[in-house]
Design a protein around this ligand. Structure first.
Ligand SMILES: C[S@@+](CC[C@H](N)C(=O)[O-])C[C@H]1O[C@@H](n2cnc3c(N)ncnc32)[C@H](O)[C@@H]1O
Length: 251
């Protein structure tokens, strides 16, 4: 739901519409949001799989109940107002904050998974980026978490008059859910197409970037093929309709 944008509705109207959905409608709405990510950034949707794989499971009352409770809590706390506003969305790490709260203290300690607060990340980045770096400059984070340093760097680039989508973003993360969260954030923060969010061990696999480059290429190729097949089947359906019309038209 962090992708929800009010569009024609205002934030309250969209929130009310989602709140009124039954379980099937709410599940379809979530699928629709993930499909949007897949259309725009198939590799990010693929790397975010730990966050949406549950939608491929058969519907089940306990899961539906959890989905409803999570959606209601998010709506009650103004999620749509936050995600519907581009400036606020680009400065928020909702999923990262959630992840930190949900993780057990022992799990957190084991991974060293305490996230840098955004004001501190801003201060660090401000010291590093006094002027706009040339387009194509890579930003690399070997323990990226949910990506808060990327959030701060993207904000700084915008403040300096640049566009984060013109840079290369590389983040490695050991924890699969944190990596998935970072993949979603990369889309929310507008980091563009040259993003690799790599679930793996930066120390044990120093050339992890090459593996993920290949993976991204394969995901994009599969995406193109799928889109091509859908387009061809639509064209064929249109042709079939025309032929039917011609056959049933006046003699
Ligand atoms: C202190 S958090 C920092 C997250 C983020 N960079 C920030 O500033 O908020 C450290 C992160 O490093 C990850 N991590 C620990 N060892 C790692 C490794 N060998 N390779 C990749 N990530 C690792 C943890 O899972 C955790 O998310």
């Amino acid at each position: 739901m962090t992708f929800a944008e009010p569009g024609e509705l205002d934030a309250d109207e969209l929130a009310a519409a989602i709140a009124a959905q039954n379980a099937d409608e709410l599940r379809d709405y979530q699928k629709h949001m993930w499909a949007w990510l897949w259309m725009a950034h198939p590799h990010l949707a693929h790397w975010a799989r730990p966050l949406h794989a549950w939608l491929d499971e058969p519907a089940e009352p306990t899961r539906d109940g959890a989905m409803r409770a999570t959606a209601d809590a998010a709506l009650r706390h103004g999620l749509i107002k936050l995600t519907g506003d581009r400036d606020r969305r680009q400065r928020s790490d909702i999923l990262g904050a959630l992840l930190e709260i949900l993780r057990s203290p022992s799990g957190r300690d084991g991974l060293g998974a305490f996230h840098t607060p955004l004001p501190l990340a801003d201060a660090i980045v401000h010291g590093m980026l006094s002027e706009l770096p040339p387009p194509g400059t890579p930003f690399r984070e070997p323990a990226v978490g949910s990506g808060i340093m990327f959030c701060a760097a993207a904000s700084r680039i915008r403040a300096l008059g640049g566009d984060p989508a013109n840079y290369r973003w590389r983040g490695t993360e050991l924890d699969p859910v944190a990596a998935a969260t970072c993949a979603v954030n990369a889309a929310l923060w507008g980091l563009g197409g040259d993003v690799l969010i790599m679930h793996g061990d930066e120390v044990a696999e120093p050339d992890i970037e090459q593996r993920f480059h290949r993976e991204r290429d394969a995901i994009r190729a599969h995406h193109q093929t799928t889109i091509g097949k859908v387009t061809i089947s639509r064209v064929l359906a249109g042709v079939r309709q025309l032929v039917d019309l011609a056959n049933t038209g006046p003699a």
